[in-house]
Design a protein around this ligand. Structure first.
Ligand code: F6R
Ligand code: MG
Ligand code: MG
Length: 366
């Protein structure tokens, strides 16, 4: 049975500030998707939030980039924005960059990760969602999952994974893509993946079967809007077990609270902290950035779950380390590398300050 899993997300208003989502907004989203399920548009759905981002997790049989599904997501965000406005939530509708839907939510503000596949005998899925960071944040964990034998022992000792994986990498500035083969091209690939502000892993495929293994949202909000309107807060879907990495191999990269861009005013570096859904309410200096992960078994398109995968004391040390890194970085205040380089900050006063003080700059003597 061919199933499409669509994860479409948007920040339609924060409660309180940008720290989390209001229960009534989530309720409205469930109401909209429930009606769609009754109409037969969706096989199943799960609504959740990661901080101030509303997450629509949907299964159906209509394929990727389907206009009905994208319209459903868009209309749901619009209805939820109405709720957010009525409660005067902060930044109501902030990620909806357009007034009218035109067939596909891509380029309109929401983040999208979709994959279509033949549902296996047992189809294990892990969905990652992040808040207060940018697309590209999945580069390091995806590399570890699918190309690093020190993370994924299956690459070494499981015969159905030993053939490796291919990575489609997008250049989000130049709008072009390239595919690298792991393991033989990892040195070439890492020169790109290590610059996640520009290059982001879009998909990963199992080389021997060509099966889709992972997909992520690579939409860059600031590039769509041409100005800062919020962080991308990306999502990523990964298939697990069998010819794909085991659940534990997929979660393991998050024991490293990797440094990502985002956090306060989208203008800082900070550690990506893996937490349960309940703990994904970034409020210390509007952060630190969060990653949550929900696990499902699919059964003829039905989402059996979720299990909250980071709700495990085994991730306590990563959370502790993230807090230590956060303390250390915060002591730098407005200085780099805590603050992002001038050209990457989402908020800046540089043009106006420079305009005011320009005349006071004197040439150096020598
Ligand atoms: C970061 C984020 C917050 C806001 C900050 C100021 O992604 O959403 O850190 O940038 O709270 O928000 P505004 O400008 O909406 O008052
Ligand atoms: Mg927000
Ligand atoms: Mg957010």
């Amino acid at each position: 049975m061919r199933i499409t899993l669509s994860v479409i997300k948007a920040d339609v208003g924060g409660y309180v500030g940008h720290s989390s989502s209001h229960p009534q907004v989530l309720e409205k989203a469930r109401e909209c998707l429930n009606q769609a399920q009754e109409r037969g548009v969706l096989s199943d759905f799960h609504v959740t939030n990661c901080g101030d981002d509303l997450q629509l997790i949907m299964t159906h049989t209509k394929g990727e980039e389907n206009a009905d599904i994208h319209k459903l997501a868009w209309d749901t965000f619009v209805e939820c924005t109405e709720v957010a406005k009525s409660l005067k939530l902060h930044g109501a509708g902030q990620d909806l960059l357009s007034d009218a839907f035109s067939g596909n939510v891509k380029g309109m503000g929401p983040g999208v990760a979709e994959m279509e596949f033949e549902e296996r005998e047992a189809e294990t899925i892990i969905i990652f969602m992040a808040d207060k960071t940018s697309s590209g944040a999945w580069n390091l964990p995806l590399y570890k999952m699918f190309a690093d034998p020190f993370n994924t022992i299956g690459l070494v000792i499981a015969s159905n994974m030993h053939g490796g994986f291919s990575f489609e990498v997008q250049d989000v500035k130049e709008h072009q893509k390239i595919t690298f083969l792991a393991p033989e091209e990892i040195y070439d690939m890492l020169i790109f993946l290590g610059a996640p502000g520009r290059y982001a892993v879009k998909t990963v495929h199992h080389r021997e079967t060509g099966e889709i293994a992972a997909t992520s949202s690579t939409q860059r909000l600031s590039m769509m809007a041409g100005r800062y309107v919020g962080k991308d807060d990306p999502v990523c879907v990964v298939r697990a077990q069998g010819q794909f990495p085991a659940v534990g191999e997929i979660l393991e990269p998050f024991t490293l609270p990797q440094m990502v861009e985002g956090w306060m005013r989208g203008s800082h570096h900070g550690p990506l902290m893996p937490t349960s859904v309940a703990q994904a309410n970034p409020s210390r200096f509007d952060g630190p950035p969060r990653a949550i992960s929900l696990g499902f078994q699919l059964s003829r398109g039905k989402l059996i779950g979720p299990r909250d995968m980071f709700d495990d004391p085994a991730f306590d040390e990563a959370r502790k380390e993230a807090n230590k890194i956060a303390d250390y970085l915060r002591r730098h205040g407005p200085f780099e590398p805590h603050r992002l380089p001038l050209e990457d900050m989402e908020y800046t006063t540089m043009p106006q300050v420079m305009k005011r003080v320009k005349e006071r700059f004197l040439p150096l003597e020598d």
